[in-house]
Design a protein around this ligand. Structure first.
Ligand SMILES: NC(=O)c1ccc[n+]([C@@H]2O[C@H](COP(=O)([O-])OP(=O)(O)OC[C@H]3O[C@@H](n4cnc5c(N)ncnc54)[C@H](O)[C@@H]3O)[C@@H](O)[C@H]2O)c1
Ligand SMILES: O=C(O)C1=N[C@H](C(=O)O)CCC1
Length: 257
């Protein structure tokens, strides 16, 4: 049985995962970390990860970018594998993720769903055909009104995947209101919509002369992210130091079927 610490246990995703693991014989939550303490849990909760003295095999993190520095120090020091799902990390934090992954296993993914992880691959083929044929690339993401980071981590990951396939030659444009000029050929426009309870929508638009191709993923519940994170935690426990992503989890589960 994999023993997990849930970092951000009293948030929306922390609670989704706390409920999912109750139905799973392969993993249990042995401790939670959250600065908000107004939720009753079946495991001990610490307000700061530095105070957590519970032995575990892995940490699952859905918290806040400001909480990630302390989490990375803790996991690096204890050589404790961590599934990092929080988005909106700074360049400095991304460099820290890289350094910590030399000491312990780190799986970082802005989106734990199977659909988005498949899309990351599909888009590379599409981009290699459509961009040289003159198609413009635009991305639109939509999320609930409680989301603090924009654009979403997933939108950036999708753009990075497209850009990688195109030799990283494209610039990202988030706001067209400041300059009055036509779009450049080598740019990816990224727009964010926030409202209501939208769980998560991502559209990648390839717009050409007289034809448009759209790839769209819609998450209808937070459980798609939760299930992916639980699988990732079971996969990562006991792994050697290094940087992993959801493609490793998906490959290993298809090999085991
Ligand atoms: N990778 C994915 O698939 C995926 C899916 C959904 C959400 N997310 C990301 O996960 C993060 C959390 O999402 P959410 O909807 O659960 O948010 P949320 O605001 O509901 O929950 C975050 C929790 O973290 C806690 N927290 C904040 N600072 C803390 C600290 N210093 N120490 C301990 N706990 C702290 C908050 O009190 C809160 O309970 C966001 O960055 C979101 O973008 C990623
Ligand atoms: O609800 C959120 O917040 C989500 N965040 C991730 C992102 O920023 O891409 C994944 C989708 C849900």
């Amino acid at each position: 049985m994999v023993k997990a610490i849930m970092h951000g246990c009293n948030g929306k995703m922390g609670q989704v995962i706390s409920n999912l693991v109750k139905e799973d014989d392969g993993i249990e939550i042995v401790a939670g970390i959250d600065k908000y303490t107004g939720v009753k849990n079946e495991y001990p909760v610490f307000t700061d990860i530095a105070d957590c003295d519970v032995e575990a095999d892995v940490v699952i993190d859905f918290s806040n970018a400001l909480a990630v520095d302390g989490l990375l120090s803790y996991c690096g020091e204890k050589k404790l594998p961590v599934v990092l799902c929080t988005t909106g990390l700074s360049e400095e934090q991304l460099a820290q993720v890289q350094r910590v992954s030399e000491k312990t296993a780190v799986l970082k993914s802005a989106n734990m769903s199977l659909g988005i992880n498949m899309l990351l691959k599909l888009l590379q083929d599409a981009a290699k055909i459509l961009a040289p044929a003159g198609f413009d690339i635009e991305l639109v993401e939509k999320h609930h009104n409680l989301k603090v980071d924009a654009p979403s981590g997933t939108a950036l990951a999708l753009a990075d995947s497209v850009n990688e396939a195109l030799g990283n030659a494209y610039e990202y444009v988030y706001d067209r209101s400041k300059e009055r000029k036509k779009r450049e050929k080598k740019e990816i426009g990224i727009s964010a919509v926030r409202g209501g309870t939208i769980v998560g929508e991502h559209e990648v638009i390839f717009a050409g002369a007289d034809e448009v191709i759209e790839f769209k993923h819609t998450a209808y519940s937070k459980a798609v992210f939760g299930k992916g994170a639980v699988e990732a935690a079971k996969y990562l426990a006991g792994k050697q130091a290094g940087l992993y992503d959801m493609s490793d989890v998906i490959e290993s589960s298809s090999e085991n079927q």
